[in-house]
Design a protein around this ligand. Structure first.
Ligand code: ACO
Length: 404
């Protein structure tokens, strides 16, 4: 048998990217295996959509700092930016009109979806809504290669789905009427329909910030799934639904719902947060809302929301007990070596439910509303994957090789 080479340079070209070595196989098929469980080290694509610098830490969408976008931009403008890579006022206005127009064309969707609400969890309902709307109304969109048109349809469907679910499926016709009201913006009309009341300006602004903060986050698990589906040639809606299914897991976006339930339990039973954390550690459970694969310092999105709770204190006075629980977790964890030694900081899920509760949504909708926002990042990656002519994703496995 030929002697195996141990020299990396026999297999890889070594480049430097962002001050780190990058190994590139010398040929498409190199006769070796790389065991990288969880794809911790492996890049499966190149992209210019969202950039994470965990050392600062900072998150950028197409070169713009996410905190600045959350402060100053409108969600649909950010969606346009993520999908196209640029910002053009006239084209953005057209995109907004496209969303409105789909909202009107899907006028009977609330009635169709209403009967399905009580049988599903919020994320399952969202996935079903997308497939239902598509099969009943706009099947030809499956072959549409225009990202903005696909996104406009998807946002309209998701908006309707959120409104119908928030109302528990009741008053479907009323939901439809309120979605059709001409209002200043998409979020305003959506909240009106979801909450059955004219939303306060603060709630509209909070929802806008929330949707911007979560619209894109690089190649996390669900986005990798979306790119995997895109690489098979499947349509964008299949990819987004696959993204939702990956996202709803409790270690990923589902953590937001878990944190919501944790807060509800602590509030209802007046539990002590310090004791709750100690019990969790004693049982070797994962404390939801903490830890991140990439960030070992405070996550910029979590830091943004934490600052918001301080700067807008009065506006959160309606839900102060929940704010208190959230802040107690943040503070208590910082005093425990278990978390500091492992670089386990609050992730956005510790704060998401607080913003959503203040807007008027129950905990069980936390993950669905994150999917609403992330659908844009998923679509941006879907079309980026098509543009880059990515080969079908086909990782290797080591059959029969036991762990050492
Ligand atoms: N609570 C307690 N311990 C934790 C937590 C946590 N939340 N997160 C990680 N750890 C511990 C692990 O047990 C491990 O300890 P060990 O070294 O003694 O074995 C160590 O920290 C490293 O954990 P890993 O699993 O290697 O970290 P990884 O980067 O793979 O996981 C993850 C990241 C999945 C987010 C993890 O931190 C976690 O499960 N957090 C709780 C769920 C959560 O909030 N998820 C939302 C993430 S943000 C998002 O997806 C929107």
């Amino acid at each position: 048998m030929e002697a195996l080479s141990n020299k990396l340079s026999d297999y890889f070209d070594v480049e430097s990217v962002d001050g780190r070595p990058l190994l590139k196989p010398q040929r498409r098929h190199v006769d070796l295996r790389i065991l990288d469980e969880g794809l911790v080290q492996t890049a499966i694509c190149r992209s210019r959509i969202g950039r994470i610098d965990a050392s600062i830490p900072r998150l950028e969408y197409r070169g713009y700092d996410v905190a600045e976008l959350a402060d100053h931009a409108d969600f649909l403008e950010v969606a346009f930016l993520l999908l196209t890579g640029h910002s053009e006022p006239t084209a953005i206005l057209d995109f907004k009109r496209q969303v409105d127009s789909y909202m009107e064309r899907l006028c009977d969707l609330p009635v169709t979806l209403s009967s399905m609400v009580r049988k599903s969890t919020a994320t399952d309902f969202l996935a079903l809504s997308i497939l239902t709307a598509l099969s009943q109304r706009e099947a030809e969109l499956k072959d549409d290669s225009r990202p903005l048109n696909v996104a406009a349809f998807l946002l309209a469907v998701i908006g309707i789905s959120v409104a119908v679910y928030a109302r528990g499926g009741s008053e479907a016709l009323d939901t439809h009427d309120q979605l059709q009201l001409t209002r200043t913006n998409f979020i305003d009309r959506l909240l009106h329909a979801a909450l059955s009341r004219q939303p306060e300006l603060f709630a509209v602004s909070l929802m806008n910030k929330f949707l911007i903060l979560h619209a894109e986050h690089g190649l996390n698990c669900s986005t990798a799934v979306v790119r995997a589906v895109a690489s098979t040639g499947a349509d964008p809606f299949a990819a987004v639904v696959a993204g939702i299914c990956a996202f709803k897991g409790p270690l990923h976006g589902g953590a937001s719902e878990e944190v919501g339930k944790m807060y509800d339990g602590i509030f209802r039973e007046s539990l002590d947060v310090a004791r709750f954390i100690d019990d969790c550690l004693a049982r070797r459970c994962r404390l939801m809302g903490f830890g991140h694969r990439i960030y070992k310092k405070p996550d910029p999105r979590a830091a943004y929301m934490k600052r918001l709770l301080i700067d807008e204190r009065e506006n959160f006075s309606l839900i102060l007990p929940y704010v208190g629980i959230c802040e107690a977790f943040d503070q208590e964890v910082r005093t425990r070596d278990y978390f500091t030694d492992r670089g386990l900081c609050p992730n956005p899920d510790l704060f998401n439910g607080i913003l959503l509760r203040r807007i008027g949504f129950p905990s069980e909708m936390n993950t669905m509303l994150l999917c609403f926002s992330r659908s844009i990042g998923w679509l941006a990656h879907y079309f980026d994957s098509l543009d880059s002519k990515a080969p079908i994703l086909r990782p290797q496995e080591l059959y029969g090789v036991a762990r050492t």
